[in-house]
Design a protein around this ligand. Structure first.
Ligand code: NAG
Ligand code: NAG
Ligand code: NAG
Ligand code: NAG
Ligand code: NAG
Ligand code: NAG
Ligand code: NAG
Ligand code: NAG
Ligand code: NAG
Length: 480
């Protein structure tokens, strides 16, 4: 019986490109649709016993979308080159008649797709249910989005989230402040801070990605070229297949045939290429990108230290009482930069261009997906025993008899902050987290110098104020 089961499993594995419990859609880096998890840190995401969540914040990538113009042009070009392909291989047979799946490219390119609508509505409802105590029924709700010049998809994501969170009165109750990151007044005070940083350059992870591409792609091209006549796959064709798998699947709502071409090992090579792309493009392996979202994080941490009941005087001398659920939307680059700033991966060894480390925690597939999200919880927990001196609260805005902590989650999974995880549920004392972020700001020293920026009106040590100011001139009001 045991032997029979084993050989049956082997037979199934041999006929399909990937084993049954390997979900290719969860290994596509930034090109996969959202999924929660996986639970790789072993830390429960339920609120630790004795604690309550007093404030919750997130910054999320936009939801699943159609391709940008450049990517779409590549698909059309690929199709035009495939016309003479013949094959006996069942997984490749579709290629000679394959067509890009966009029905109205002129209207769809760069926009959120229906799978994106679904992700964002579901996200809004989940956040409302998860943090039910942090929002008063039918009360006003403020959000922030990057005003992304190339497409409305980021602010549309905020609108769609609001519909899930607020329900049928979302238009009346919700306000999105879409921050124009190219307005010079928004220096380090937007959700696209790198836009005003001249020295920032996301080169897509090159040269590390080139070394890895030369390592893993040629052998796949060679394998596939052995299965077809009338066509020769290039390395670029091969690396577009997992991309097409992710995009076509979410655009059509059906599994794309591109998902069945590469083997599990080959897909893992692509997943690693995506990790190198983000780690070196603007993550901890970059020179400047790893710092550019620090002022945004520092501003959020201030908001967390000020506590759930804070009210603020804005730059226009009005009063602003921000919501206890703090929502921000941006693009993959900013999510990557914010995760780099967050401290989660500070002890992660640098990624090698030549060898993928199977134990690495840094996997874009788990947090820079479409709708990839970094979130934050302010926890108020019963104070530890009086003769413990581990956590001495130096925050004023704390409920008496409690201590205040912060927890960070990536796609709904708790990830510990490096060197600060000894609070309840592996959380970090909020004041200690504040020191960590301040230490990072100190390490940069002069942000203008870091960016090679010369504008005299800009602060050298900026902290984003948009989280507590709903009147900033570069915040364009958008209704859900
Ligand atoms: C397909 O084959 C025909 C005939 O050999 C040739 O003229 C044409 O250029 C080929 N098309 C492609 C896309 O390679
Ligand atoms: C929407 O707002 C109106 C008043 O503006 C209110 O009567 C109605 O109950 C609200 N709908 C929901 C679903 O809360
Ligand atoms: C953003 O700011 C730039 C620079 O000031 C300006 O040219 C552009 O029109 C602004 N865009 C929006 C949408 O406000
Ligand atoms: C806000 O109030 C302060 C002091 O009351 C005043 O100096 C400042 O000019 C006011 N700012 C604006 C934008 O009205
Ligand atoms: C990758 O390996 C090649 C030779 O195997 C070596 O020359 C190169 O320095 C390595 N690159 C990195 C970034 O490790
Ligand atoms: C206080 O500290 C002592 C000695 O370190 C320890 O034995 C005791 O269990 C502690 N009490 C509490 C309530 O934690
Ligand atoms: C607490 O409040 C006091 C007096 O209002 C102030 O001097 C101190 O800086 C505050 N501490 C913190 C951590 O906010
Ligand atoms: C915030 O206000 C609520 C309601 O007044 C109160 O119960 C709570 O303790 C306050 N929280 C903090 C941290 O001050
Ligand atoms: C900094 O900017 C100046 C122009 O303002 C330019 O000449 C110089 O090359 C830049 N330096 C770096 C390191 O980017």
């Amino acid at each position: 019986m045991g032997r029979f089961t084993t050989s049956l499993a082997a037979a199934v594995f041999a006929t399909g490109a990937v084993s049954q419990d390997f979900n290719v859609l969860q290994h596509l880096g930034g090109n996969g649709q959202w999924f929660p998890g996986p639970e790789v840190t072993g830390i429960s995401s339920t609120t630790p016993p004795g604690c309550t969540v007093e404030l919750a914040a997130f910054v999320s990538r936009h939801g699943s979308r159609y391709p940008d113009q450049g990517a779409y042009n590549g698909w059309v070009d690929f199709q035009s080159r495939l016309q003479n392909l013949t094959t006996n291989d069942p997984t490749l047979a579709f290629l000679s008649t394959w067509k890009p799946v966009l029905s109205s490219p002129d209207q769809q390119i760069a926009q959120i797709s229906p799978t994106g609508y679904k992700e964002l509505h579901a996200m809004g409802s989940s956040w409302r249910l998860r943090y039910a105590d942090l929002y008063d029924y039918e009360s006003p709700f403020s959000m922030w989005a990057n005003w992304y010049n190339s497409s409305p998809r980021v602010r549309d994501s905020a609108r769609l989230f609001a519909q899930g969170f607020l329900g049928p009165n979302a238009t009346e109750l919700g306000t999105v402040y879409a921050l124009n990151a190219s307005d010079p007044r928004s220096w380090m005070n937007s959700l696209g801070t790198s836009d005003l940083c001249p020295k920032y350059a996301d080169n897509g992870g090159s040269p590390y990605t080139d070394v890895w591409a030369a390592n893993y792609l040629p052998q796949i091209a060679e394998r596939l070229n052995g299965l077809v006549d009338g066509y020769e796959f290039t390395n670029d064709d091969v690396s577009s297949m997992p991309y097409l798998c992710g995009f076509e699947t979410q655009i059509t709502g059906r599994r794309s045939p591109f998902c069945d071409i590469l083997t599990e090992e080959e897909i893992l090579g692509y997943e690693y290429a995506q990790d190198l792309r983000y780690w070196y493009g603007a993550g901890l392996g970059s020179e400047v990108g790893k710092y550019t979202m620090l002022p945004v994080l520092a501003g959020l941490v201030e908001r967390f230290v000020d506590g759930p009941n804070a009210t603020y005087t804005t730059s226009s001398n009005t009063t602003f009482t921000p919501s206890k659920v703090i929502a921000g939307f941006a693009n993959d680059g900013q999510i990557n930069q914010l995760i780099a700033a967050s401290g989660i991966f500070d002890n992660e060894p640098a990624l090698s261009a030549n060898t993928s480390n199977p134990d690495r925690m840094f996997r874009a597939s788990r947090f820079i997906t479409m709708r990839g999200t970094i979130s934050f919880e302010r926890l108020s927990c019963a104070a530890p025993a009086s003769n413990s001196t581990t956590y001495t609260s130096s925050t004023n805005n704390t409920t008496p008899g409690t201590e205040t902590y912060i927890r960070l989650l990536l796609n709904d999974v708790v990830y510990p902050v490096a060197n600060c995880a000894d609070g309840p549920g592996s959380s970090c004392a909020l004041t200690e987290y504040q020191s960590i972020v301040q230490g990072k700001m100190d390490a940069v020293g002069d942000f203008k110098e870091m960016c090679n920026a010369t504008n005299e009106e800009w602060d050298s040590r900026p902290i984003a104020s948009f989280w507590r100011d709903d009147t900033l001139a570069w915040g364009n009001v958008v209704k859900p």
